[in-house]
Design a protein around this ligand. Sequence first.
Ligand code: FE2
Ligand code: FE2
Length: 189
Amino acid sequence: MESYLERLKSDHLRMRRILLQLDRDLQLSQEPDADLGEAMTQVVNALCFIAGYPEQWHHPLEDLLFRRLLEIDAPCAKSVEQLLDEHESMALQTGFLLQRFEQALQSREPPDSLLISESHAYFRIQTEHQRREADNVFPVMAAFLDSSDWRRAERTLLATPSEASLCRYYQHLYQSTVNREPPGYRQVK
Ligand SMILES: [Fe+2]
Ligand SMILES: [Fe+2]
């Protein structure tokens, strides 16, 4: 059981690092002497990571565990229902932003102020979503779910893309987004 909670928390840490890097790249893209192609490539990579790995593994697992909390009437139903809704809306937002930044990358036009403000809102929504999960729901999962619930989670985990090349692809995307060292960037391990 602990290992699944720890994996969900580790995912949050990775997503947080990706989001922070995305925010830095957006700031960089606004500077007059910015390498716009490089900044937009990194933003697209960050959004590809969020659209891929969390959507294919993290959210399906949370959906299963959250729905089980609703079934057993655990004391966080309102938070859980909102978080489930946000999984759908955040996936749409990620796809929308990815499309917009891919266009910016192709056109080599700096992102306009509307896209920047939508990206900041996205950053806030993602980080606040994860904070509510960690503070309000993960402790309830630890207290209320039993071994059969975690075994079902394990079956879901095994059914989702764990194929080695796919894992390597997302690992590479993560490392190349977060752990790079161009001038002005702080390396994050
Ligand atoms: Fe979530
Ligand atoms: Fe989460």
